[in-house]
Design a protein around this ligand. Structure first.
Ligand code: ATP
Length: 197
């Protein structure tokens, strides 16, 4: 299966763009959502997370996100241990999912694709970009978050320029209609590339 990674910084509009590909009939796997689902449903992951964080990691069967965020904030070691539990299982879940699809290609949306080296497993990568200030404004509205928190997350992500350098396609997501046109064009270009190879 041909895998097209879709990435971009927080608030760039990855999910918005992913939905547009989905509307064109491309199967989309949103890795963060699937990870959260697996953290709630996989017995192995649950057992290991409880061993790492303690029983408070779940409240009535639901993931206690503020509790986890509190611990992993500024604790790189625990974050890595959590990733070591979750990432391999998301990877195999994705592989099974991808192998079931019958489309020309699939999209895998991952926020920190380059940061984690996931781009190496992709045939192509699409980077979604938007000016930093615009991203902050969107997130202030969407998440009711603080500028400080958003900046802290951005600090751990690559810059747009770094991502663009390693991507085969770039979608600048400012005006929504222009974004839709770019998605249609990128989709056509990927199909063309695939028909040649
Ligand atoms: P995250 O990394 O936090 O998951 P994301 O990159 O997936 O974010 P989205 O959730 O798609 O970003 O977009 C962030 C917010 O900005 C959402 O509320 C979305 O509706 C809005 N948004 C995205 N693109 C546009 C656009 N072109 N014009 C106006 N609003 C937009």
């Amino acid at each position: 299966m041909i895998i097209v990674g879709l990435t971009g910084g927080i608030g760039s509009g990855k999910t918005t763009v992913a939905k547009m590909f989905s509307a064109l009939g491309v199967p989309v796997y949103i890795a963060d959502d699937e990870a959260k689902k697996l953290m709630r449903t996989s017995k192995v992951i649950k057992r290991k997370l409880i061993a790492l964080f303690g029983e408070n990691v779940y409240v009535n069967g639901d993931l206690n996100k503020p509790f986890i965020a509190n611990i992993i904030f500024n604790n790189e070691q625990v974050l890595q241990e959590m990733n070591a539990i979750v990432h391999p299982r998301v990877a195999s879940h994705f592989e099974k999912w991808a192998n079931k699809q019958t489309s020309a290609y699939v999209i895998k949306e991952v926020a920190i694709l380059f940061e984690n080296g996931g781009h190496k497993a992709c045939d192509y990568v699409i980077a979604v970009t938007a000016p930093k200030q615009l991203r902050i404004e969107r997130l202030l509205v969407r998440d009711n978050s603080s500028e400080e928190k958003i900046e802290a997350i951005m600090k751990n992500q690559w810059t747009d320029a770094e991502k663009v350098k390693l991507s085969q396609f770039v979608i600048e997501n400012v005006d929504i209609e222009k974004t839709r046109n770019q998605v249609t064009a990128v989709h056509a270009e990927i199909l063309k590339k695939l028909s040649k190879s």
